[in-house]
Write a protein that binds this ligand. Structure first.
Ligand code: LLP
Length: 382
């Protein structure tokens, strides 16, 4: 990439490749629609306006985790009857937003929450459709901070609470249980946890069937991982394989709709963080490349030990050296990677941190009063 093109924009900045976004979305829809599956885009991964508009234009539903995400989805044209609203701690005000817009479903995480939604729905004179988020106790085999489907996690209703919940349901006259919801974690790259999820969902679905509860939809959540190490060779996740696993192992009843909530797999690879080298500093054991982007722009490495592919876009050198690539923030965890192979790097070089379209821009923080620069879309051609 030409340096003149890069210097038009103030670094650090997020850059989105909209061609890749379009291709990824189209492939995901094609493979989901083969089986009649519905995809709700998990807004939490990226709420950039232009990205939302593109996703919306391809008939995805929305998966929201706050009242503001519900509002944003509606403002961007997502149909309320395609909006799922999840989260362990929905406030009364947020529940009110969902009720007012008569959204597709509240994914409920506890008996206590269901009782509150019932009371609020009664006040609004509405019947709220809810899905029970069940904790399947399936190990996603991913980082512990993004594992959600184990009994030790705060998410979902545990199986031992179901019997008493069912006896309570008839007294909750302003809610209707329409679905079962599951989400075992994020950045899952093996299909085994998804197969295990299907087996557990079949058991739980059967449990409700035996008790005469009609479940209209099964929501399997999100979690499909991407290839962070080889984003150029492997830019689009294997949606065919992913949906194929559910088609093979899930045993829905004929009337049941199947829903998914994908975030990362749809948007991660279309985003990059472009940053400039401020200094190359000699260390004792290693040399440091100090960037103008830090954990304030991309917190994933500091928070989850995530590693993103890092590339020097402008070095002409044929030599490769190893560097610790760090940010400017006064925290030792402000490090994008240790012993990273880069073309010999100098002050002023432009660096691309790949696969930052998911959980990148949305997790930017104002720590140290850092500035946020405008985003660049690659169709505005360099
Ligand atoms: N549904 C529910 C209920 C979720 O909690 C999540 C993500 C998703 C769907 C979307 O999952 P995805 O398809 O994106 O894996 N900030 C972390 C990821 C947190 C994921 C939280 N829940 C990261 O940067 O890795």
């Amino acid at each position: 990439m030409k340096k003149e093109a890069l210097i038009q924009h103030k670094t650090p900045y997020y850059q989105y490749n909209l061609d890749l976004l379009n291709q990824t979305l189209d492939l995901a829809q094609t493979h989901a629609l083969k089986y009649g599956y519905h995809i709700h885009y998990a807004l939490k991964a990226n709420t950039n306006d232009r990205i939302l508009e593109i996703i919306r234009s391809k008939s995805f539903g929305a998966d929201c985790v706050s009242g503001n995400e519900v509002k944003k989805a509606i403002e961007k044209g997502f149909a309320p009857n395609q909006i799922a609203f999840a989260g362990v701690g929905k406030s009364d005000e947020e529940i009110g937003i969902g009720l007012e817009h008569e959204i597709f479903t509240f994914n409920c995480e506890s008996v206590e929450e269901i009782e509150v939604i019932n009371d609020l729905a009664a006040q609004h004179n509405k019947i709220a459709n809810i899905a029970l988020r069940l904790n399947p106790n399936v190990d996603a085999k991913t980082h512990k901070y993004i594992t959600t489907g184990l009994e030790e996690n705060k998410f979902g209703i545990n199986h031992w609470e179901l019997e008493s919940l069912l006896t309570k349901l008839p007294s909750l006259s302003h809610i209707k249980v329409t679905g079962l919801h599951f989400h075992i974690g994020s950045q899952i790259t093996s299909m085994t946890p998804f197969k295990n999820l299907c087996i557990r969902v079949n058991e739980l679905n059967h449990w409700f069937l035996e008790r005469g509860v009609r479940i209209e939809h099964l929501n399997l959540g999100g979690g499909l991982g991407i290839d962070y190490q080889h984003p150029t060779e492997n830019p689009i996740p294997d949606f065919e394989l992913f949906f194929g696993v559910f088609n093979q192992f899930l045993e829905p009843q004929p009337h049941q709709e199947i829903h998914f909530e994908l975030g990362r797999s749809l948007v991660a690879n279309c985003g990059s963080l472009i940053t400039k080298v401020l200094y190359v500093k000699k260390g004792v054991k290693t040399n440091f490349v100090i960037l103008d982007a830090g954990m304030t722009e991309l917190i994933r490495p500091a928070l989850y030990q995530a590693s993103h592919f890092i590339e020097n876009l402008t070095s002409d050198s044929t030599e490769v050296e190893f560097y610790d690539v760090v940010g400017p923030i006064c925290e030792s965890s402000d490090c994008f990677g240790k012993k990273i192979a880069l073309k010999q790097t100098k002050r002023g070089d432009f660096i691309k941190i790949h696969s930052t379209g998911a959980y990148g821009e949305v997790m930017v923080s104002g720590y140290n009063l850092r500035e946020q620069n405008p985003v660049v879309f690659l169709d505005e051609r360099f």
